[in-house]
Design a protein around this ligand. Structure first.
Ligand code: 5GP
Length: 193
């Protein structure tokens, strides 16, 4: 997605060689026009796949996921990172190791929001080692639902996430694929859409 790559070049900041900071348009301040375009691109790719629900994980997956949900006219559910007292019903859970926080935490989705008849498209902001997406897949499978694919805004192709998900039999669609960044230079591989 050319406009996304251009935005990463313009506003992204590399922290060392493995972390990309995009807090001016995706992970903190959010550019809704760009999110809308992202929503349309994923929707075009998945429109005829019989998707019934969009699933993501809080917090930075929510913005792109919501615009995918709007473009496909579907509900969006986000996994919660901490249980709160209002979650009184049965929950689906998974352990997720956070690449950026370097801690493992339990994430959860209320069981009533995922049914065995659901066909789910997972959306997230970044794909690094695939742990967030793997946790979401585990919860979707606990519900007996089907995962149609994982849609990623920015994949870091030099990390192992894509391989992990493909080995699990889950197709990955990434709008920007970041290659190894040396000497502070951002390089892209060919994206999926
Ligand atoms: P994974 O679970 O695939 O190892 O990491 C994906 C999660 O970690 C994403 O949900 C995202 O929040 C965070 N993440 C991983 N790499 C980066 C990065 O380079 N920059 C930012 N801002 N977040 C990242």
């Amino acid at each position: 997605m050319k406009v996304l790559e251009e935005r990463i070049i313009k506003d992204g900041q590399l922290l060392g060689e493995t972390i990309l900071k995009v807090d001016s348009f995706l992970t903190h301040q959010v550019d809704y026009q760009l999110m809308k375009d992202i929503g349309r691109v994923f929707a075009a790719k998945y429109r005829h796949e019989g998707i019934t629900k969009i699933v993501t994980i809080e917090a930075s997956g929510i913005a792109p996921a919501l615009y995918v949900a709007e473009a496909l006219d579907l509900p969006m559910v986000f996994a919660k990172k901490s249980k709160n007292i209002t979650m009184t019903e049965d929950i689906l859970t998974a352990q997720v190791y956070s690449f950026t926080k370097q801690v493992t935490s339990q994430v959860s989705i209320a069981q009533k929001f995922l049914k065995a008849s659901d066909k789910v498209l997972i959306i997230d902001d970044f794909l690094a080692n695939g742990q967030a997406a793997k946790g979401l897949i585990e919860m979707i499978e606990q519900a007996g639902a089907q995962v149609a694919g994982v849609g990623i805004v920015i994949e870091k192709s030099f990390q192992s996430g894509r391989q992990l998900l493909e080995e699990m039999g889950v197709p990955v669609t990434s709008l920007a694929r970041l290659g190894r960044c040396e000497n502070g230079e951002i390089k892209f591989l060919e994206a999926d859409a």
